[in-house]
Design a binder for this molecule. Sequence first.
Ligand code: ADP
Ligand code: MG
Length: 409
Amino acid sequence: MKFSQYHFVDEIKWNLEKIGFKKPTDIQFKCIPSVLKGEDVLAIAQTGTGKTAAFVLPILHILHSKSNKKRASGIKCLVMVPTRELAKQTWETFQALGKNTRVVSLALYGGVDQLPQTQKLENGVDVLIATPGRLFDLVSQGYLFLNKVEILVLDEADHMLDKGFIKDIRDLVKKIPKFRQTLFFSATIDEAIKDLAYSLVVNPIRIQVSPKDPVSKNVNHFLMYVEMDDKRFFLERLVKEFEDKKILVFVRTKVRAERVVKAMERVGISSFALHGGMEQKERFEVLKNFDLGKCRLLVATDVSSRGIDISDVHVVLNYDMPDVLENYVHRVGRTGRGTSKGVAYSFCSTEEKPILEKLESYLGYMPKEMEIKDDMYKEVTLFTEDKKPELKDVLEEFHYLQKKKKGKK
Ligand code: ADP
Ligand code: MG
């Protein structure tokens, strides 16, 4: 079925045409009718399968059609997301697909001046896309009322319902009318979180697509056994091997992100860091430059592992194995988006092997190993202009391992 056959308002159809979306993806095909009918939905589908438009399209249609009649003021749809970057990106999708409709949307996130946001709220907003922190600030300051919300969306739902956010979400739900539609979207969800999701809704939920392998089918992912101190040499090799291609590298901490950038600098490779310790303006700028291809190597923490849709990322590298298992799926899911294919590598050091074991049981299989022969290993670590291990690097590693050991006791 093509989008042209859908009963969407004309404005939305024109926008779809302009953007070049001809037919719905599987998850969109399955979700859109349920959302239009007002049902609660728990939608699980792999990364990059178009979950955003699966809720944006029907929501735009519902709100635009309603606003033909007498329009009640107040926020009608609240979309909760875990990061500022994702809030901005989701807002951009609402803007692109909702152009020339009567639906007004606003992204609300911290790290930037709140005045422009409150001014826009005063002018009237239909769809609010928000991260929890700023949302609660504005609610408690009396700038924001949620008593007119009809649709609540939790994108990256498992994360939003996880330890860090669950209290916020529970508090939030108390402020929203009970009689509402609730939509959950994610690529990963476990049974406990599923129960939690069910506890937040009144109506039964429809589960739409539930893939056995949570890793996107568009991503070929491999494991490489590389020791901690040698990782930067292998990254250097990877960058040279994938000339002209965009590479997104994930590391464990902000400090490590900065160190990897410096290590690459020493061997003449330019890259950017992206992590939560940076100014928000800079975070947006780095992401934009990477998206535009002005820089082809980005070294990031998990702040950008979820939901972010960057064009043409060809390689994802887990420079460090992820501490949180589902982030493996989300990180490697930054490539292979839509119909494009991608490749992911994970550097696993001796210290990280316990994570690998857990990953195997989480995925239900072990990622394929990309074997590095001894002479190749030697060649990579010798064939570099940079051989001095940094004391700070070693110390940070040491503290991390100490902490891990303590945690186990
Ligand atoms: P997910 O949330 O499932 O990870 P996104 O919603 O970010 O995925 O979409 C992934 C990519 O697919 C985006 O670049 C988006 O523009 C594209 N996309 C979404 N729906 C369609 C469609 N129907 N046709 C073509 N491309 C699409
Ligand atoms: Mg998404």
